[in-house]
Structure formats: C-alpha cells, structure tokens
Design a protein around this ligand. Structure first.
Ligand code: GDP
Length: 434
C-alpha cells in the first residue's frame, strides 16, 4: 500500500482535495464509523493498488498555536506517509507560511509533490509556474472545485513508490502489533516480552517508513513487532489526540498479521477500543484481546469471569478472539503471549483440504438442513477454501436468494468447530453454480 499525506496551510483546500481523491478517484475499502466520520484517513484502491490518504488538516490540536499546529501536521506527514503532497493556493501565490512548511519538509528524505490548488481556469493554470520558486520541482495544477488534475498527481505518486509485495502466508516471520489507547501499557508489554529469557532480540530494523520495527526470535520462530514507532514517539503532544491515535492504530493493524488489542483492566472497555477492534476484524486480521494491569485490580474468584463476560458482550463481533489477562509489571502470563500469537497466526494461515471440508458440510446439513423458501430448497453442493489470511471459503450453491446470512454463519461456525480457527476471522462467500 502507498500512503500519501496532504499538508499545507489552512484554507488551501486540503479537505476538498482529500474528498476529491477519496470520493471520486478511489473506491473506499473500509468505512469505519468514528474514523471516517470526520474523514482524516481513508484507505482505498486506485488502478489496482491500495492507497491510503491522510488529511493532516483534519487533525486539530487543542491549545496549540497556529505554527505549532502546522509543525505537528508536517511532522505527522513525514512520519506516516510514503509521499507528501504539499498543497498551495494559486490565488494567494507563495506565502510566508508556505515557505515555512517547505522548510520543515526539507528534513524528510521522502518525496514531496508540490500541488497548486484553485487553478480552476487556464489563466490561473498559467500562474502555477511561479511556484517553481519553492524548490520542490514541477508544480501540479489542481482544481478541487472542479476535480481537475488529481489523476496526474496520483499517477506521479504511483511512479515514485515501487509496488511492494503483499503479506504472504509462506512468510516465516509473524508480524504483530500492540494496539490500544495511550497508557494501557503497550510499551511496558513490549519490554516485558523482549526481556524474557528465551527471547533473542535480533535487530531493530528501520524500514522505508522510518518506523522502527523490533524483531526477535523464540525457539527459531521469528517475530516482528510492528509500529513500535507509536511507542518510541512517546511524549509527542499529538500522540494524545484521539483521531491521531486511532489513525496510528489503523496503520499498525494494516501492516500486521496479528493484532493484540490491549485494554487497561483498571479502565475497562472504551469506545475507542471497539472502533479499533472493529477495524482489525474488517481488515481480516488475527486478533488477541490482552487485558493488561491485571495486578492492579482487587480480585476475587469471580473477577476474571465477570471481566470476560463484559468483553464478550462488548466485542461480540470478535467472539473468536482469545482473551489473556496479563500484567506487564509482575510479568504474570506475559510469557504465554508469543505462543498464543503463533497459534492464532497458524490458524490465520490454515488451509483445509476440500475433502475434509465437505465431510464437515455433510455433517452440518444433517444437523441443520439448508433453508427453503416458497417450496424452493437451498442446496449447498460443496465448500472450498480459496484463500488464507484470513481463511476464506466459498460455498457453491444453487440459488443466492435462498442463502441467508445466518446460514452462512452457521456453516462458518461448523468449520470453526471442526478445525482450530481460534483468533482468526473466517470469511464465507456464496457463489451460484448453475
Ligand atoms: P503505553 O502508552 O500503552 O505504551 O503505556 P506504557 O507502557 O507507557 O504504560 C503506562 C503506565 O502504566 C506506566 O506508568 C506503566 O508503568 C504502567 N503499567 C504498564 N503496565 C502495567 C501493569 O501491568 N500493571 C501496572 N500496575 N502498571 C502498568
């Protein structure tokens, strides 16, 4: 996936351009409530490649003065994006603030594309050449109002970033991330995991994204912790901004195979935890729910049961995710995490033979016959697994109108019961076979 971030001073039209890209150009893959509501981040597809777009202007930081706001927006763009789009306004020409932003962006090695917005007519388009003076190369004329020029900019973006291979299920390294609100104990957990005796920390690898991923090995199984950058960058003011935190979490999830949703036992489940877990689910990632700071609770023999009930109630959509109660402080049960990560990762990559799958189908139909409607009966001819990460099955049937969501769900549950699919979502698709 390629990530672009749009930066620029207020009123140059960042959100308009963002919406033009997101609304007209790319088809949105995800539309997560609470995140796309104010639309600062979107993930979609353009010409067969995944494109993430960040509108840094949508990130507002309370109590920050004008220059600090802009500074933080530029910093986030430099941290998060593969390509930065610096947006200016042809009607204003180059302003002092534009120059300031360009100066900030000089710190990055990432490509910066200069776009000049509000070039709505030929006269205005002729004026964009003044913008060469910013030293960012060819200026691209844009008209947010008329939706012009956007394809050219995107094309240039795609030329700049080589296509990277997708996550493959034969990749030996298990990539995972710790996701959760500030102060739930993510960095403490990472330190506890890495401090274990059987853990060999192999390297701290800088990737193209300037993020620092930590790699380690346990019993010859390599792991990579994604997005320790979120942990590393501690102390930045914007880390506490909810929108930023959610976006950061989404980006870490996208890069991971397994997402550990970390909850603070003292605070219980928060709305943001649900949003993030929902995103991991939608993205088809393997999921583990980790309740941290378990040491800090006064407990009796019902506490864990009650807590688990509460989690199951709030996270019904990820009823397949195992729950672990840990303490980064006392190290209680933290040693179980790597084995569990490996198990859910195996399940996420699991391939089931068609012959065995169809035995499960035959049994399933006996337990719960396929539904009929107006005398017509659903027939499920056979099941086959078409992909992994997450395991995806196709049910070949006689008539799509007869297939109900509940029966699809029943079939996936039967598959779950027959094989170990703990921790992974299962996708079930119905296809007509005439
Ligand atoms: P992050 O923002 O999620 O990375 O959280 P930190 O790892 O920085 O932890 C936030 C605070 O919680 C720190 O003061 C930690 O010492 C404390 N903390 C982390 N894990 C535990 C735990 O298991 N038990 C207790 N009692 N405190 C913890």
């Amino acid at each position: 996936a390629i990530t672009i971030a749009i930066v620029g001073r207020p009123n140059v039209g960042k959100s308009t351009i963002f919406n033009r890209i997101v609304g007209d150009r790319i088809s949105i893959v995800e539309d997560i409530p609470g995140v796309t509501r104010d639309r600062i981040y979107a993930r979609g597809e353009w010409l067969g490649r995944t494109l993430n777009v960040i509108d840094t202007g949508g990130l507002e930081f309370n109590q920050a003065d004008f220059m600090t706001q802009i500074h933080m927006q530029a910093e986030i763009a430099m941290d998060e994006a593969d390509v930065i789009i610096m947006l200016t306004d042809v009607r204003d020409g180059i302003t002092k603030t534009d120059e300031m932003i360009v100066k900030m962006l000089r710190k990055t090695k990432k490509p910066v594309i200069l776009a000049v917005n509000k070039a709505d007519n030929p006269e205005q388009r002729a004026e964009i050449y003044d913008f060469y003076r910013l030293g960012l190369g060819d200026p691209y004329p844009l008209s947010g109002a008329h939706g012009l020029g956007i394809g050219d900019v995107l094309e240039h973006v795609f030329q700049l970033v080589p296509r990277e291979p997708d996550m493959a299920d034969d990749d030996e390294t298990i990539t995972f991330s710790l996701i959760g609100r500030p102060n739930v104990g993510k960095s403490s957990l990472v330190n506890t995991i890495l401090g274990e005796e059987r853990v060999i920390v192999s390297q701290v690898a800088g990737t193209t994204r300037d993020a620092i991923d930590t790699e380690f090995v346990i019993d010859e199984q390599p792991f990579r912790i994604i997005d320790t950058a979120g942990i590393r960058k501690k102390g930045k003011v914007y880390e506490k901004t909810e929108k930023y935190a959610v976006m950061r979490a989404m980006r870490a999830i996208e890069r991971s195979q397994v997402a550990l949703i970390v909850i603070n036992a003292e605070e219980g489940i928060q709305e943001q935890d649900k949003t993030i877990a929902g995103y991991a689910h939608e993205e088809g990632k393997a999921i583990i729910i980790v309740v941290n700071k378990w040491d800090a609770l006064k407990k009796d023999n019902q506490t864990m049961k009650e807590f688990e009930k509460d989690i199951r109630y709030h996270f019904q959509f990820i009823d397949y995710a195992p729950i672990v109660f840990v303490s980064a402080k006392t190290k209680q049960r933290v040693h179980q995490l790597p084995d569990l990560i490996q198990r859910v990762s195996d399940n996420h990559k699991r391939r089931v033979q068609s012959s065995v799958l169809n035995e499960v189908l035959n049994q399933a139909v006996l337990i719960n016959p396929a539904p009929s409607d107006k005398g017509r009966k659903l027939r499920v001819y056979y099941l086959t697994q078409v992909s992994t990460m997450p395991p995806t099955f196709v049910a070949f049937i006689n008539d799509k109108e007869l297939m109900h969501f509940s029966y699809e769900r029943f079939l996936s549950n039967q598959i779950r019961e027959a094989f170990d699919f703990v921790g992974t979502p299962i996708h079930m698709i119905s296809r007509e076979r005439k």
